[in-house]
Design a protein around this ligand. Sequence first.
Ligand code: DON
Length: 288
Amino acid sequence: MLGQGKVADYIPALSGISPKKFGMSIHLISGERFSVGDFKENFSIQSISKIFTLSMAMALDDDSIWKRVGREPSGSKFNSLIQLEYEHGIPRNPFINAGAHVITDIVFSGYSETKLAILELVQRLSANKSIDYNEEVAQSERETGNRNLAMGYFMKSYGNIHNKVREVLDVYFHQCSLSMSCQDLSRAFLYLANDGVMPSTGEQIISKKDSDRINALMLTCGMYDSVGDFAYRVGLPSKSGVGGGIVAIVPGQMSIAVWSPGLSESGNSLAGTFALEQFVNYTGKSIF
Ligand code: DON
């Protein structure tokens, strides 16, 4: 499993990373933590960032988000354009790329310094002030992200992107470029295991209801077009990124982050999925 799969070379700045890397971190809401392998090494969190921006958008907005984005699995590649045309510029869910663009557009409208607001939230949740955007990765995506731009302009033609497409996508490319470790990520997502509250600080990041809803969306839409297979094998609300990271939530108990850059056809970490499957087999911690 380890070393197999394909590193995401469609983003040139990610292409040089060894698929043999592997790290895993578990943070319990009690404060205990367990880690193994390359858990301190920073990697590009990519689509995992879509949970941070969705949390921000849900905290900002009421149910009007759901007039602009659906809540159903897409059954298509995360960067597919076809469905968008059939469905009149309304993306299927907030985790496929088009859906994440709409969510970032909502966050962009809500914060004047959007990139700073995202970064501050992530640093606070991870208790790590050194977390930053990777400008080389963001630049690499900007230079090669024609498909993302196409989706952005297409949705703009339906009025579903309110701000300037290039400005929204600049934020999107930066959020995807966030450079974090398994240790940072598993700590950052503890609020989703604890009804929206960071256990260490007591800070309410989102309401309990929104935390439940994000978990539901992760379970049904977080692993792209292999979400059914992933739910069958792992059975935890999870979100992947093409950098090879996956975060998984055991509600009421813990947050897990795993990283290994070799990807499956669907864009999910192969060794990361295998590690989560083994974890659930040994501990019985699936939600089912
Ligand atoms: O926009 C993209 O294609 C990437 N920045 C993010 C894609 C991603 O991580 C999808 N994940 N599995």
